[in-house]
Design a protein around this ligand. Sequence first.
Ligand SMILES: [Zn+2]
Length: 244
Amino acid sequence: MGGRGVESDEDEITGGGGGGQRTFIPRVMLRDDGEFCRIRFLTEHDDIFWELHHKNMVGKDFRGYALCTKSATGEDCAFCNDGVPANKHYFAWVYELSHFYPLTERAKETIKRRELKGKKVKEGKQTFYRVDTEEVLLMQYSGYHFGAVEKRAERHGTLLDRPFEWIRNGQPGDTDTSYIFEALDEEPFSKELKKIATDLPDLEDIVLGRVSSLDTKEAASDDADPFEEEPAEKNNGANEEEPF
Ligand SMILES: [Zn+2]
């Protein structure tokens, strides 16, 4: 047990079992109703990467999303063969400035377990625990949740001109969860952001599993995978919801 990167594992969608895809790239993840994050896009709208994914269900357990290898590389896809429907996911790099947790029991547990340092703040009538995360995350959502982002890009020609809030509207486990995409005031895309964006791996490499960490741009090498035998750090309760 243990090893680097494990602490955030539970909050991430692991790559699923089917296509051999296993990623440890931290993702935008909102679990509770009203939970939101303040982000900067690092990927311009026309560089957003799309690919078909299958929902990996084992019995009633949701085990994350698996790449459709047939669509991505033309290889045989076990999910397609089993008749599992696929849907398009979009991928973009974002820089999370801060994350706002509603004070649910679940959030409190997460904050404690991950030793997140933040403070209570009021947003409107609701109190949140705000953590200034300042980290690069992968945004992966179903195309169903792309409408507002697309509209923004169409009308303004860019996603890089300001921060946004990405707000979950749906209780944990809700199948009809939606997301609100709120534009904040304009703020220049700083040199620092530009530098971060330039150094990021290609989204295609991430999606196809050729790069599985942000530590290095190199593809997953023969460096032993410390997670080989433990696909999910903790499975209890982790599968009760589908974040997308
Ligand atoms: Zn497939």
